[in-house]
Design a protein around this ligand. Structure first.
Ligand code: ATP
Ligand code: MG
Length: 336
């Protein structure tokens, strides 16, 4: 692997710790303060002959669903990986510009996270946009290593721990010991794939077309009311058969299957990984339990469902959305 699957040795020349996520990008500075936290979105105008950047981050997210003419929204990352080099470079440039003082001498150096299963080509794509965005030196580390440090698992502890990082584009399950990934399994797909499943469900079961932001709201509403299976939730969208905007009442029962399927898939991956760990590490994990990090970790169904199926204690990390950026900060800015 061209990037580190363990806590890299301390370097005192890193200026920025960057969690470049499929949904959100966060930047920490040397004093561990959060300098940037915006959606990973760009808006361009133009066609194949040339694109002009209109907006990045919050400003681009505002334009989502409101573009016209040759304007288009681009998410630079897909499944946790840089997918559009131009948009990725612009997002990084914006994040760096917003994080550092305007008058600064020399190009900055950064530590950036990447999914543990990224290929060499995917790693190179990240290096390319980092260099194009003006970073002078870049160190890249597997995100589960950062997430572990960010949720309080010590990089020096030889005992095994099991972590699930539930992002928008990837879900990574990792067994770590002594700050190193011992075993891992990944799902390319996470919170955004769930949104797509809600869009598909509304189309196939109710002939309704809904957009990304409605799907995100519907997912959060279903999560909040998952124990009220008799309830219905009102959804606004385009009735495809009648060709007009309408509202429909959708039973929570049908929607909750989408979330249960994801929880079952994760439980099966955890069971698979536990089959492969040594008896000593298995005992460590039974003792310490499973930790959930990332935005998707907030979903209570994961705690109950994975707990029931694996018979392990499952807990959500404090401030789960910030674990990867905090862990990158630990690696980049603290001697250990
Ligand atoms: N309360 C919540 N319940 C469930 N999911 C949530 C909640 N809050 C945020 N999310 C989901 O978390 C995801 C964003 O999490 P996060 O910022 O960790 O992802 P990311 O780092 O951008 O993605 P990745 O690491 O996969 O590239 C979104 O899919 C969002 O729907
Ligand atoms: Mg992430």
């Amino acid at each position: 692997m061209p990037f580190s699957h363990s806590v890299p040795s301390y370097r005192d020349d890193i200026d920025l710790a960057i969690d470049l996520g499929t949904a959100n990008t966060r930047v920490l500075l040397r004093d561990q303060s959060l300098a940037f936290d915006e959606p990973s979105v760009c808006c361009f105008a133009g066609d194949r002959t040339g694109n002009r950047l209109l907006a990045v981050g919050f400003a681009a997210k505002e334009m989502q669903g409101r573009t016209f003419g040759d304007q288009h929204i681009v998410r630079p990352l897909r499944d946790g990986i840089v997918h559009d080099l131009d948009a990725g470079r612009e997002l990084l440039k914006h994040a760096i510009r917003e994080s550092l003082p305007r008058r600064r001498f020399g190009a900055p150096r950064a530590l950036i996270g990447i999914p543990a299963d990224a290929t060499k080509a995917e790693y190179k794509a990240l290096l390319t946009i980092a260099q194009d965005a003006g970073l002078r030196g870049v160190e890249i580390v597997a995100e589960p290593v950062a997430a572990a440090l960010g949720c309080g698992i010590s990089g020096n502890d030889p005992r095994g721990s099991l972590l699930i990082e539930c992002g928008a584009g990837t879900t990574e399950i990792a067994v770590l010991a002594s700050g190193r990934i011992a075993l891992r399994k990944s799902l390319r797909g996470g919170g955004f794939a769930l949104n797509t499943a809600f869009i598909d469900y509304m189309h196939s079961q109710h002939s309704f077309r809904i957009g990304d932001s409605t799907a995100e709201k519907l997912k959060l509403e279903t999560l909040a009311r998952i124990n009220s299976q008799d309830d219905v939730v009102e959804v606004a969208g385009l009735n495809v058969e009648r060709g007009r905007p309408e509202r429909v009442n959708v039973p929570i029962l049908g929607l909750s299957f989408i979330l249960e399927r994801y929880a079952i898939e994760l439980s099966e991956l955890v069971a698979d990984i536990l089959n492969d760990v040594s008896p000593a590490i298995y005992e460590d994990i039974v003792e310490s339990g499973v930790v959930l990090t990332g935005g998707g970790a907030v979903a209570p169904i994961l705690v109950t469902s994975i707990g029931c199926r694996t018979r392990l204690n499952v807990r959500v990390a404090d401030d789960p959305l910030a674990c990867v950026s905090k862990g990158l900060g630990e690696i980049a800015f603290r001697r250990h």
